[in-house]
Design a protein around this ligand. Structure first.
Ligand SMILES: [Fe+2]
Ligand SMILES: [Fe+2]
Length: 352
C-alpha cells in the first residue's frame, strides 16, 4: 500500500481521538442479539409482505433487497481488514481499537435477521450460508484511500446509506410483518450510531488539521457502496429499488450535506469541502470550471468559501449556525445565487 504524505495530524490529536473511542467503548448502546433472533425466528416470517408489496414492486425485487442487505453485511471481515490496514500504516491505534472492539463485533450480527426472513420465503439455511461464504471469499477492492480520515469519511457515507437501506426495508414490512420490521429497525439504529461515531472521528481530524479537507472530498468523489463491488448483481440495482420504494432522495441529499457540514465544523470549511468536491466532479459555473474558482478562493481564504457554504446549505435545506446573509452585498449575493443554481445533488453526492 502506498503511503499518502498528505495525511498528518498534530500531536494534540491522538489524545482527543483516544478519548472519543474511550467514550464510545463506555457507551456502545444495545447490540443486535442473534440468539434472541434465532429464538424468535418464526416471527421473522415476511411471507405476508410479498402479498402486500407496493405497486410495481415484485417478489424478485423484495428478495434482492433482502439479499443485498444480508450479503453486504456478512462480509464484515473484508471491510474490517481495510480499516485495520489503514490504522496500522498511519499509526492510528484509536482507529484500530474502534474497529476491533466496537465496530467489527457489532457488524457480525447484522446479517442475521435477513437470513431468517429469507428462510421464511423458502430459501434453505444451507443455501444462504453457501451464498454468504462465497461473498466472504471474494476479493474486496476498497474504493477509496486508506488514510484514517479517508476511512472515517468512507464510514460516514457507507453507514449513512446502509442506515437508509435498513430503514427502507423496515418501512416495506411495517404493516404486514411488524416484528421483522422492528428487527430491521434495530440494525438501522446501529448504523445510525456508526454514522455518528465516524462523523465525530472525522470532525476531530479536520479540526486538528483543516488541510485534510481535500482527502474528504477525494473520498466522496470515488465513494462506492461495498455492495456494488461485492454483490454487483444486487448492488447495481439499489437505486432502482430505492426509487420503487419511494425513498425521498432530497432528504438523503440534505442529510448528506448536514453530516459533512458537521464534519467540517463551520460554514466556511463546509464551503471549502463542497466546492473542492464539485470541482473534482468537473462542475462549471458558466464557462468557468469550479477548479479555477477554487484555486482563487483558496488564495483569498475564508469569505469566499463562506458564501459557497451558505449557498449549499440553504439550497439543501440544512439549517446553519449563523445567519448573516443580510450583510451580503450585491456582488456576494449574486455569486451565492449563481452557486446555488449550479451546484446540484449530483455535484454533492454523485449521480443518483
Ligand atoms: Fe451493518
Ligand atoms: Fe455499520
Amino acid at each position: 500500500m502506498s503511503f499518502n504524505r498528505a495525511y498528518s495530524l498534530p500531536e494534540t490529536a491522538a489524545a482527543k481521538l483516544d478519548k472519543l473511542v474511550d467514550e464510545i467503548e463506555a457507551r456502545p448502546g444495545r447490540l443486535v442479539n442473534p440468539d434472541e433472533l434465532r429464538a424468535a425466528s418464526d416471527s421473522l416470517s415476511v411471507k405476508e409482505v410479498v402479498n402486500r408489496l407496493p405497486e410495481g414492486f415484485s417478489e424478485e425485487d423484495f428478495v434482492g433487497i433482502l439479499k443485498l442487505a444480508m450479503l453486504t453485511e456478512c462480509a464484515t471481515d473484508s471491510y474490517s481488514a481495510v480499516f485495520r490496514e489503514g490504522a496500522t500504516t498511519y499509526n492510528a491505534p484509536w482507529l484500530a481499537r474502534f474497529n476491533d472492539t466496537i465496530w467489527t463485533p457489532d457488524e457480525y450480527t447484522h446479517y442475521t435477521p435477513y437470513q431468517y426472513m429469507l428462510q421464511s420465503l423458502g430459501y434453505s439455511e444451507e443455501q444462504l450460508k453457501n451464498e454468504m461464504s462465497e461473498v466472504q471469499g471474494r476479493h474486496y477492492e476498497h474504493c477509496c484511500g486508506k488514510t484514517p480520515v479517508e476511512l472515517t469519511t468512507y464510514g460516514i457515507a457507507q453507514e449513512y446509506l446502509t442506515d437508509n437501506w435498513h430503514g427502507m426495508i423496515s418501512q416495506l414490512m411495517r404493516e404486514s410483518a411488524p416484528y421483522a420490521a422492528q428487527c430491521a429497525t434495530a440494525v438501522k439504529r446501529r448504523e445510525t450510531l456508526h454514522t455518528i461515531w465516524y462523523r465525530e472521528m472525522t470532525a476531530v481530524q479536520i479540526e486538528e488539521n483543516p488541510n485534510l479537507i481535500p482527502l474528504v472530498a477525494a473520498t466522496l468523489q470515488s465513494f462506492q457502496m461495498p455492495g456494488t463491488r461485492l454483490v454487483p448483481q444486487f448492488g447495481t440495482r439499489a437505486l432502482e429499488w430505492m426509487d420503487k420504494a419511494s425513498v425521498d432522495f432530497s432528504r438523503v441529499t440534505s442529510d448528506f450535506v448536514r453530516n459533512f457540514y458537521e464534519v467540517t465544523g463551520s460554514v466556511k470549511r463546509a464551503g471549502n469541502l463542497f466546492l473542492t468536491l464539485a470541482a473534482r466532479r468537473g462542475m462549471k459555473i458558466g464557462p468557468v470550471p469550479l477548479s479555477s474558482i477554487n484555486t482563487v478562493l483558496s488564495k483569498i481564504g475564508g469569505p469566499g468559501y463562506g458564501i459557497i457554504g451558505e449557498a449549499v446549505l440553504d439550497k439543501f435545506g440544512v439549517p446553519r449556525a449563523t445567519n448573516d446573509s443580510r450583510f451580503l452585498n450585491g456582488l456576494k449575493s449574486n455569486l451565492k445565487n449563481m452557486v446555488a443554481r449550479q451546484i446540484d445533488t449530483s455535484s454533492i453526492i454523485g449521480k443518483v
